[in-house]
Design a protein around this ligand. Structure first.
Ligand SMILES: Nc1nc2c(ncn2[C@@H]2O[C@H](COP(=O)(O)OP(=O)(O)OP(=O)(O)O)[C@@H](O)[C@H]2O)c(=O)[nH]1
Ligand SMILES: [Mg+2]
Length: 263
């Protein structure tokens, strides 16, 4: 099974940093990201039913939900991240989403998008694709798009992004079986997406190329040097602090803050 390089120890050690307890060390961890109001929680609830609980991120007031499912004899732990427009760590929500995708070592990240607002939503998807290859884009609210007369070239989108695109109407459960199958294939490494990263201006690309050799020894093996170089050019060095925080010995997990929703 493919692992992120940050997972030098066990996979559980990675998720413990986020106070997420895996039921089994073989659990496949899936992160759910997306802009606010795109139906993330609807997808999450449709997948997990009531088999979920809320968790609090260490030292943060931001809540998240953690759910478990079984699919094709594999256990999945799903982490519903706060809705964000970007991963640029300008808010606590964005920082939580960024940190989990970067350091929580999910086996796959699902980006839920709104079919009626795709252009704006793809911004986050493109940012996630800069951090990890293991991405699925769900185009949700397909019923709303149809109602508004919006048609989406799904095959063209998939081709241009280089990652699997799954159309969904989560409210009616449409697209869920296809989504589960794709998440499993990516988590097991049977499908290896090749995100097509969009080049920045010549000037930015030149600066990135100059920075990469300096960034690589600091972050190589854990984060993508290109992505870190882009963050530093943005004036955001919080990613380096996060790197230090999450690559230290994991703290002993405290789970007393978790609220279990009765089944
Ligand atoms: N028509 C339609 N509505 C949907 C669909 N999926 C979700 N919704 C509705 O969209 C609204 C937002 O859904 P949520 O699941 O709460 O969205 P979210 O992304 O979790 O929202 P935040 O957590 O607030 O960012 C709700 O009213 C859902 O019922 C869908 O496929 N079709
Ligand atoms: Mg939600």
């Amino acid at each position: 099974m493919s692992q992120n390089p940050c997972c030098q120890g066990t996979h559980a050690a990675c998720t413990e940093r986020f106070e997420i307890e895996l039921q089994s060390p073989d659990d496949l961890v899936i992160a759910l990201a997306g802009n606010p109001n795109t139906g993330k929680s609807t997808v999450f609830n449709a997948l997990t039913g009531m088999n979920q609980h809320t968790g609090n991120w260490a030292g943060k007031t931001v809540g998240s939900a953690i759910g478990r499912i079984r699919h094709e004899q594999h256990g999945f732990t799903l982490v519903d991240l706060p809705g964000t427009y970007s991963l640029l760590s300008q808010s606590a929500d964005e920082q939580v989403a960024r940190d989990f995708i970067c350091f929580g070592n999910p086996h796959a990240t699902l980006v839920v998008t709104d079919a009626t607002n795709l252009e704006r939503n793809l911004n986050l998807a493109l940012q996630v694709m800069e951090v990890t290859d293991r991405v699925v884009v769900a185009v949700n609210l397909m019923d709303e798009a149809k109602r508004k007369g919006i048609t989406i070239d799904l095959a063209g989108l998939q081709e241009q992004l280089g990652v699997p695109v799954i159309p969904m109407t989560a409210r009616k459960g449409e697209g869920l079986p296809e989504l589960k199958d794709m998440l499993l294939k990516i988590a097991l490494g049977e499908v290896k997406p090749s995100p097509k990263l969009f080049p920045y201006s010549e000037e930015v690309e030149r600066a990135v190329a100059e920075l990469i050799p300096q960034v690589e020894p600091l972050v190589g093996g854990v984060l993508r040097p290109r992505w870190v170089a882009l963050r530093l050019l943005d004036g955001d060095d919080s990613v380096l602090a996060a790197l230090e925080q999450y690559t230290m010995e994991p703290p002993r997990p405290i789970r007393s803050g978790e609220v279990v929703i009765p089944q």
